[in-house]
Design a protein. Structure first.
Length: 60
């Protein structure tokens, strides 16, 4: 399960196992997610953005 660490007014690091695995942010009402060199824009919710970061996370 990932947790969020606030880094700015509308920006969060997504942390899992004590490491930052990506970040999510809100820009003019839509969410974006970045992880593993991939960026996804125009997401409907913070939950969807976090899900995108978790999906991009390398499997162990």
């Amino acid at each position: 399960m990932a947790e969020l660490r606030k880094t700015g007014a509308n920006e969060y690091d997504v942390v899992a196992d004590g490491r930052v695995i990506g970040r999510v942010w809100n820009w003019h009402g839509s969410w974006s997610a970045e992880a593993n060199g991939e960026t996804h824009h125009n997401l409907k919710s913070r939950k969807e953005a976090i899900s995108r970061v978790e999906q991009a996370r390398p499997k162990r």
